[in-house]
Design a protein around this ligand. Structure first.
Ligand code: FES
Length: 138
């Protein structure tokens, strides 16, 4: 696991897509000459169809590092998938909570708040937009 996500996003925000024309060997799977965006969880990227998110539950998108939940029908939320206890990726959404199986923390699917320790901090919310049946990162 790498920890360069926030730094990479900062670069994206600061310099725009042109930054990706700079040689970046670790993501060299598309030739690297088009400036295409291979960063996880880019703004505007479609995460899921609304039908993929169970009501009263949620779905984890590991590559995008996002958990999308639907606490009530038609109400969608998104949170980071990284547990605030010791940074394990959360394992599942079950029983109305987002669950980390490393040490048993559970988080609310409604607001990311801690429902079971040892975590003490909520999962950070991520902004999404729902357009029709498409859920995208905002
Ligand atoms: S890292 Fe999630 S409970 Fe410890």
């Amino acid at each position: 696991m790498t920890t360069h996500g926030p730094t990479r996003r900062t670069v994206l925000l600061a310099t725009g897509a042109a930054a990706f024309t700079v040689g970046c060997g670790e993501y060299g799977n598309e030739g690297g000459d088009s400036g295409s965006d291979t960063v996880e969880a880019s703004a505007g990227q479609e995460l899921a169809k609304t039908s993929e998110i169970p009501v009263g539950g949620g779905t984890i998108f590991k590559d995008e590092k996002v958990v999308v939940t639907q606490p009530k029908e038609g109400e969608f939320k998104a949170f980071t998938n990284i547990c605030t206890h010791q940074q394990c990726p959360v394992a599942n959404v079950d029983g109305g909570t987002i669950n980390c199986t490393c040490h048993g923390s559970k988080f609310s699917i409604t607001d990311g708040s801690v429902e079971n320790p040892p975590a003490t901090q909520p999962l950070a919310e991520k902004k999404i937009t729902v357009q029709g049946d498409s859920i995208r990162l905002a």
